[in-house]
Design a protein around this ligand. Structure first.
Ligand code: CA
Length: 363
């Protein structure tokens, strides 16, 4: 068969496997059903815009050992969130097939061109991948990647863990983030998996729409993401949490024996991130001086930070105050702020879910 992938010497001999579904514009040069460990690529046949007619290669790793559950691990959905890619690159090298029963698929830099550019979206299309679901096979790069997730990878998977962080502009509490919207039985599995990951906090929020959690719910796949750290740096505490949490989720899914799971320091604390009422936006532009830290408890009206206008030394700083009482969940990291920019996100404590048989709810 004539390879349809790239023709340079390093990759000309690769076999490009057809995707499971028809119509996908991305091919994988690995076989998801083969036992063993494969390092390969997702080949975007014709990324539209900017880079011309040439395939784009997105690294993918498949570790498979017999029948069992499938865990899909993603980093770099947003390209300026880099703790996840580091944790996944380490895991991809370390994890061996004989450690697991089932399959672990790792894509350390899902929106590869965005990670390469250290920007939230890839410069070729400027589209937020996590607002591009279910995607289109003939759409922009983000839509093509979303479509491959929706039509091939999510249907293969029992659980997808999508590792996010604060990006260039924000930093977040070390947490698991869950979007509501799954059917009760799937939501039950989601809450249990989040509990098993064992982040210091687990935040529940409404789905934003067009995100990966919606596609996962339609494919009966548990979706959870991390939100942790930020500033487009790599925080050792976030990498350590990601690595331990992934190992605990692997044991929770019975991919690995229960005694292989790292011990959890303390039960996760449950939070709810309300809608826009929990967001503090800048009124005016300037340099943001925070006076609180991520994780601080604040009351409504409390001073969160000040905006200083560079061009008006005589003008008093604009005081930015908490819209609700709660925990500082996210805080602006990048000091330069424009009018309307998000400077802080607040969460309120939520009772832990109550599991009764197959039922669960967040109280
Ligand atoms: Ca993100």
């Amino acid at each position: 068969m004539e390879p349809t992938g790239p023709t340079d010497d390093a990759t000309a001999s690769r076999q490009w496997f057809s995707p499971v579904s028809s119509g996908a514009s991305i091919l994988a040069d690995i076989d998801y059903d083969r036992d063993g460990k494969q390092f390969g690529s997702l080949c975007v046949i014709q990324p539209s815009g900017g880079i011309g007619w040439q395939p784009l290669l997105i690294p993918i790793v498949c570790i498979h050992n017999g029948a069992g559950p499938t865990l899909l691990l993603l980093g770099g959905t947003h390209g300026d969130e880099l703790d996840g890619p580091v944790a996944l690159l380490k895991l991809a090298r370390e994890l061996q097939p004989d450690e697991i029963r089932g399959r672990v698929i790792i894509v350390p830099a899902l929106n590869y061109l965005a990670v390469d550019a250290c920007e939230r979206a890839a410069p070729v299309d400027g589209r937020d991948l996590n607002r591009s679901f279910p995607g289109r096979p003939d759409g922009s790069l983000a839509e093509m990647i979303a479509h491959y997730l929706d039509s091939v990878l999510l249907p293969l998977s029992d659980l997808v863990l999508d590792l996010h962080a604060g990006g260039l502009r924000h930093r977040f509490l070390r947490s698991i983030w869950l979007n509501e919207g799954a059917a009760p039985e799937l939501w039950n599995r989601t809450l249990r998996a989040a509990e098993a990951f064992g982040a210091p906090y687990t935040a529940v929020s409404a789905s934003l729409g067009g995100d990966m959690s919606e596609s996962a719910a339609r494919r009966d796949c548990v979706y959870m993401s991390t939100e942790a750290g930020g500033g487009a740096t790599v925080d050792p505490a976030v990498v350590t949490l990601s690595e331990a949490g992934i190992r605990r989720v692997m044991a929770h899914l019975a991919l690995t024996p229960a005694d292989k799971a790292p011990r959890q320091a303390a039960p996760t604390r449950w939070l709810r991130v309300p809608d826009s009422r929990g967001q503090l936006l800048a009124e005016g532009h300037g340099l943001f001086e925070p006076v609180v830290n991520v994780g601080d408890e604040v009351v409504a009206g409390q001073l969160i930070g000040r905006l200083h206008r560079i061009e008006r030394p005589e003008a008093p700083a604009t005081e930015l105050r908490a819209p609700i009482s709660g925990l500082v969940y996210g805080l602006r990291w990048l000091a330069h702020v424009r009018h309307g920019a998000l400077v802080a996100t607040f969460a309120i404590a939520e009772k832990p879910p109550v599991f009764t048989g197959d039922e669960a709810r967040t109280a």
